[in-house]
Design a protein around this ligand. Structure first.
Ligand code: UTP
Length: 297
């Protein structure tokens, strides 16, 4: 049994890097091969034993919750056509999680989005998953983060080694060895965090990626966190306060698996090609086409 039963998935951002594709449809509904990116995120939570998913949404994003609802007319049509394979895929999302929705009202930052989950979450640790980051289903990270939070308390963030020249695209964590050896060398104590540092100023090559297991103590800190970078209430600023306070430790789990970014058009394309190449039904034909396409360039 997982000690974490709830995940918070903020999707209410303005997606400025993906305009105009996301002017009228949510970024979380952009298809990655044959499923919207949000489905990968909710499936990841379900695979980690988390069956309660709270979406933090904005205006015009109703399609995201609809994706996890039954679609009786569509299901009857597929049934009548005898298309059992597609029917199974359509129905699989109905029961993936109990999906709840809270509206953020105004996109005042990721920290503000997480704070709107306080009433739903209550006084228990919870996961946060950012939809721009897809974790390959073959390389899970949430179970290790949940185990670390259960052992060490406080909050746990996901880290990934990146080449030094790329660290300026990420939040960067300064770390020291964690005290619990039982969890292995990939669990570290976070001493502070720097948002998008220049490579020469970066305290490490450990980038923060969009997965968190947070203690409920984060909510009080978020309530008193002023707007920071971009005039937004930043989750990283609240974590920084906790890391420096000592009462509520912040640890990091270093992820060494495959992660994909869907937050901007170029990385999104790379994600679709990577996951398309590995797709069980489409991968072989897609790769045959891709090789001949590249040979002709
Ligand atoms: P990002 O900073 O990547 O924002 O937020 P964004 O709006 O999606 O994209 P850009 O940077 O403008 O292109 C990380 C996650 O937090 C959510 C976003 O939807 C995204 O999933 N978020 C951000 C909110 O839910 N509310 C906010 O106020 C800000």
């Amino acid at each position: 049994m997982s000690t974490v039963t709830k995940t918070v998935i903020p999707v209410a951002g303005l997606s400025t890097r993906f305009q105009p594709a996301t002017k009228a449809i949510p970024k979380a509904m952009l298809p990655v091969v044959d499923a919207p990116s949000i489905e990968y995120v909710v499936s990841e939570a379900a695979a980690a034993g988390i069956s309660d998913a709270l979406l933090i949404t904005g205006r015009g994003q109703e399609a995201i919750a609809d994706h996890f609802d039954a679609a009786p007319e569509l299901e009857r049509a597929l049934e009548a056509k005898g298309d059992q394979a597609r029917l199974a895929k359509v129905q699989a999302t109905n029961d993936l999680a109990r999906v709840h929705v809270v509206r953020q009202g105004e996109a005042l930052g990721l920290g503000h989005a997480v704070l709107t989950a306080a009433d739903h979450v209550g006084e228990v640790p919870f996961a946060v998953q950012l939809g721009d980051d897809l974790i390959d289903p073959r390389d899970e990270i949430l179970p290790a983060m949940i185990a670390a939070q259960a052992e060490l308390g406080g909050s746990v963030i996901a880290l990934m080694e990146v080449p030094t020249e790329q660290i300026s695209s990420y939040g960067c964590a300064a770390v020291e060895p964690a005290q619990a050896d039982a969890l292995g060398a990939d669990v570290v104590r976070v001493t502070h965090m720097v948002e998008k540092p220049a490579p020469q100023d970066a305290p490490s090559n450990l980038a923060m990626i969009g997965r968190y297991v947070l203690g409920p103590g984060i909510f009080d800190v978020l309530r008193s966190t002023p707007p920071g970078r971009g005039n937004e209430i930043q989750l990283t600023d609240a974590l920084q306060t906790l890391a420096q306070g000592g009462q509520h430790p912040v640890h990091g789990v270093v992820f060494r698996g495959r992660r994909y970014d869907t937050g901007n058009p170029l990385d999104y394309l790379k994600t679709v090609v990577s996951l398309g190449a590995d797709h069980p039904d489409l991968g072989e034909d897609f790769m045959t086409w891709l090789r001949s396409f590249l040979a002709g360039r």
